[in-house]
Design a protein around this ligand. Structure first.
Ligand code: ZN
Length: 241
């Protein structure tokens, strides 16, 4: 079984479609929230995820898009983009977003946007935060997004190791529990502009491979500029930060 795991698409349809082309045939798509916010194509990204039958969870931007007061914690640019997003989301997209749960268990994997402990908001950036999260889910493995940085935390003899996930990294899952971040499709923040995702292969051995996918960044930026979205959100896509 081959599954593509996508996170933080952020209404960037060019990036999403490039990823879908790059991963090719898969048996399922899982997503980790922040489907909308920042980017210029919220309705079409939701439509695409519906078409491919993606299952997943809600992120803080999705909750804000549904009218949640999460928007009060956004910085000025994120807030401006969210107000723009709210004004444009069509009923069918709102309906799809509102059906997303905070957490989801698929076989041996728990899915959450931020962390299994605080699914919508917590950022898992450190070993210490990850250590406390291992007791907050019951499956062997967990997928999270939210930081937009590809990484894996592994539990080894009660300690937590943090491993950077370079493009092409292949991780064989074994007895050690793991929390895996595939990075962001629509707004990478690890200094690389290419869309980030993972492919999970479940078989005799279970492996996770990180992929980076170039996409037409300038086309997304042009769409954002023509919609009057904040310039800093436009320029950051060039650098991936
Ligand atoms: Zn995000």
């Amino acid at each position: 079984m081959r599954i593509a795991v996508l996170s933080d698409i952020h209404a960037n349809l060019n990036a999403l479609d490039a990823v879908l082309r790059a991963v090719g045939e898969v048996d399922a798509f899982w997503h980790l929230g922040d489907v909308v916010g920042y980017g210029p194509e919220p309705n079409r990204v939701v439509d695409r995820l519906r078409e491919i039958g993606a299952v997943g969870v809600r992120g803080n931007h999705d909750v804000a898009a549904l009218g949640g007061n999460e928007i009060d914690d956004f910085n000025q640019d994120a807030r401006a983009a969210m107000i723009w997003t709210r004004e444009r989301l069509e009923p069918r997209a709102l309906e799809w977003l509102s059906a997303l749960p905070e957490k989801l268990v698929n076989g041996e994997f728990t899915l959450a946007h931020g962390s299994p402990r605080d699914p919508v908001w917590e950022y898992l950036m450190t070993r210490r935060a990850a250590k406390e999260s291992f007791s907050a889910f019951e499956t062997p493995y967990c997928f999270v997004g939210h930081t937009h940085v590809p990484v894996v935390f592994m539990e080894l003899d009660g300690e937590v190791e943090m491993l950077a996930a370079e493009p092409g990294t292949e991780l064989a899952l074994g007895e050690e529990r793991a929390i895996v971040n595939p990075g962001s499709v629509g707004q990478p923040r690890d200094g690389e502009p290419e869309a980030s995702c993972v492919v999970l292969e479940i078989g005799a051995t279970t492996t996770i491979t990180w992929h980076r996918v170039p996409y037409d960044v300038e086309a997304t930026q042009a769409a954002m500029a023509s919609e009057g979205l904040p310039p800093r959100l436009v320029s950051r896509l060039t650098w991936g930060y």
